[in-house]
Write a protein that binds this ligand. Structure first.
Ligand SMILES: Cc1cc2nc3c(=O)[nH]c(=O)nc-3n(C[C@H](O)[C@H](O)[C@H](O)COP(=O)(O)OP(=O)(O)OC[C@H]3O[C@@H](n4cnc5c(N)ncnc54)[C@H](O)[C@@H]3O)c2cc1C
Length: 391
């Protein structure tokens, strides 16, 4: 098989890239190792920055998001049993975020791709990217029990942190930057309306907790737990009791309980691979970088990368110039490092390290007090949370 852009991975990065290229008249083939149901139901991110919302609308994939997504104009920070709201539009000149699950974004992008008859192969596992530094890079893959080759002009490695694309970059030509954290998130999905209309980020001496949502009738809640925690060690009742403790306030706020439909543990990691390009192979999304989820940036970074890549490929087609392709890695990394910084700072601000000294606890509370009383500090948070400029 032959195509202009071979895309490895049908997560948000690969699917949106295929869509952006298609609307510009550039053909691509998407290879995805898992089946469609798995990709459509994998619970992950849920906060779309303003820029991501705009891109999905412009790509013709925003109709259901606009109908079912929940516009959020702020978040609540909770510590010392008190509540503090950060008002995004008031601090940023009108920007907000959209709560709309990654699963739903992927479902819509898959439906569009298949409806218009563009190649998206499920259960097609890429085995290797070869000849990346030549004019004819190739992806070797296995589909329906047979080995095959996808010949391309360009390859987009959108295959997530555990994918194979990054391995095509020789170690001596790349550099990785990494931080792991001594805690993880135990997340539940529950069939109960969210107890608060906006996300609540709670710092507590027992650890961090987050109240989030997927829809007006489905809550998504997280607890900081030690790394390596087995979700089965937590009964539903124990999760709710711990959430109640960490969200408790002096004003009588109550957390509504409901049936838990899913429980999982997410490790926390910061990771960046530089550069994000090797010859005609371009890494995008989690294949190139990971952020801890505290800043809600993972999905949005993936969108930023593929917008930059699509723009560069269109520029190449229209002008014959490689200028934007050559700038791809540096352009993306500027935004990536801002998101890494913000995600790391939010994580450090709100989580309690297992061996935290009392002095560090006091500093953390002083930082939160400053953040919720200074307009300059709140503006910085609001600007970062609602998103860094694309491209
Ligand atoms: C468990 C979990 C929870 C998360 N929660 C949040 C959150 O609450 N908030 C937030 O902002 N972010 C969250 N994230 C991060 C966010 O979901 C990711 O940043 C986002 O999915 C990145 O999209 P992507 O397309 O780059 O990668 P992915 O979504 O990982 O997609 C990569 C795709 O490539 C496929 N693939 C892998 N290897 C191959 C191969 N060899 N051949 C073909 N296909 C392959 C995979 O099956 C997958 O479909 C979470 C991530 C994880 C793992």
């Amino acid at each position: 098989m032959r195509t202009t852009v071979g895309i490895v991975g049908a997560g948000p990065a690969g699917l949106l890239l295929a869509r952006l290229l298609h609307t510009a008249g550039i053909d691509s083939v998407v290879l995805e190792s898992r089946d469609r149901a798995y990709v459509e139901h994998r619970q992950r991110a849920g906060i779309l920055e303003q820029g991501t919302v705009d891109v999905l609308r412009a790509a013709g994939a925003g109709e259901r998001m606009d109908r079912e997504g929940l516009r959020h104009d702020g978040i609540e920070l909770r510590f010392d049993r008190t509540r503090h709201r950060i008002d995004f539009p008031a601090l940023t000149g009108g920007r907000s975020v959209m709560v709309h699950a990654q699963t739903e974004v992927c479902k819509d992008l898959i439906a569009l791709q298949l409806k218009e008859g563009h190649p998206l192969l499920f259960e097609a596992e890429a085995l290797a990217v070869e000849d990346a530094t030549t004019a004819r890079p190739r992806v070797r893959y296995r589909h329906e029990g047979r080995d095959a080759v996808l010949e391309c002009d360009y390859v987009a490695g959108c295959d997530g942190f555990w994918g194979i694309a990054r391995r095509a970059i020789p170690e001596r030509l790349g550099r990785t930057f990494e931080r792991s954290y001594p805690y993880a998130w135990l997340g539940i999905l529950a069939d109960v309306p969210p107890s608060h209309e906006e996300l609540v980020y709670a710092r507590h001496d027992r650890g961090f907790a987050l109240l989030s949502m997927r829809s007006p009738s489905v809550s998504r809640l997280y607890l900081q737990v030690p790394e390596g925690t087995d979700p089965d060690d937590w009964s539903d009742d124990a999760v709710w009791t711990e959430l109640e403790r960490r969200f408790e306030t002096d004003d009588g706020w109550r957390l509504e309980r409901g049936p838990v439909t899913q429980k999982s543990v997410t490790p926390m990691r910061s990771f960046v691979h530089e550069p994000m390009r090797h010859g005609r192979l371009f890494l995008a999304g989690d294949a190139a970088h990971i952020v801890p989820p505290t800043g809600a940036k993972g999905l949005n970074l993936a969108v930023g990368d593929v917008v930059t890549l699509a723009r560069a490929l269109i520029h190449r087609r229209d002008t014959g110039s490689d200028q934007l392709l050559d700038a791809y890695s540096a352009t993306c990394l500027r935004r990536v490092w801002q998101a890494e910084r913000f995600s790391h700072d939010m994580t450090a601000l709100l989580h309690r390290t297992p061996d935290a000294a009392p002095f560090e606890d006091r500093l953390q509370l002083a930082r939160l007090a400053r953040l919720t009383s200074s307009r300059a500090a709140m503006t910085d948070l609001a600007e970062c949370y609602t998103g860094f400029p694309l491209g």
